[in-house]
Design a protein around this ligand. Sequence first.
Ligand code: SF4
Length: 347
Amino acid sequence: MQQLGEIRHDWSEAEVKALFELPFNDLMFHAHSVHRQNFDPNEVQVSTLLSIKTGSCPEDCKYCPQSAHYSTGLEKERLMEVERVVEKAKQAKATGSTRFCMGAAWKHPHERDMPYVLDMVRQVKELGLETCMTLGMLDQDKADRLSDAGLDYYNHNLDTSPEFYDKIITTRSYQDRLDTLQNVRDSGMKICSGGILGMGETAKDRYGLLMQLANMPVQPESVPINMLVKVEGTPLENVDDLDHLEFIRTIAVARIMMPKSHVRLSAGREKMSDEMQAMTFFAGANSIFYGECLLTTPNPETHRDLQLFKKLGINMEQRISDSDETQEAALMNDLQKQQDSSHFYEA
Ligand code: SF4
């Protein structure tokens, strides 16, 4: 096996398979070694994700409760007012997030929405937070305007391998997704792109997803790896569970193939035990979403995250608050306020 820890864009399926098939302890050792070469192993970057427009999406992603194609009982919301978004961003900053991600269930942003979206980017950026958005497909013009407004990251997931893709989505093609990512890259923004595991894909599809991401001319700066959250009413509600060890292996292989990217534990984390999360951090995951609901699926309560970080001796990357106590107090206050307003989950 060639030198691990080198950034490469020519991974073959045989090489990726060989990594996945290493004895578990060897794989964990290699992944953790690569992780240590590139990051502080006791630091995790924390982002908050807010749904700024919920439901009625014309796309048919089979895992998604926001798709208009499925009846999941999700409460729809129109585009949130800019002031409300900024208020949420302030709360996220007070509880230690360094990046604020705003997601809208659109095929692509419409021209009529652009002034609001651009205003959100400018105002959230002024708070000193990194900004990220996920709004669907982007042409070059919209990507450039978002970049000019100060958007740091754009999230657009590849979801799975090109071969499995049309079993999951038929309303936009894999090439559409790659084109959006290219437009984002050409506009100068950073890319957040990853996928979802446990949708009934094969091991080969997991290799394929990682190869697509790692073999891009510039690897995505952020790679979210989601575990499917099975939502009643979606076509994937009864799909078989993915073995947790296979999930951890995928994180480890992602770390080896994309040594300098932040590998993000995303949806599905609320079902993971502390031990499993600890194992994924060891395997190379070093970014999470916390606080708000993960778009429309529940995220573990933020205080559970803080407790876990404390138990593991993990610090938040570029922590904004000056002490655990300040942060925890702000957090509890925030949670209380959200519960009081019956708006704990955004959906
Ligand atoms: S994943 Fe995104 S694009 Fe697909 S249905 Fe859900 S909101 Fe729409």
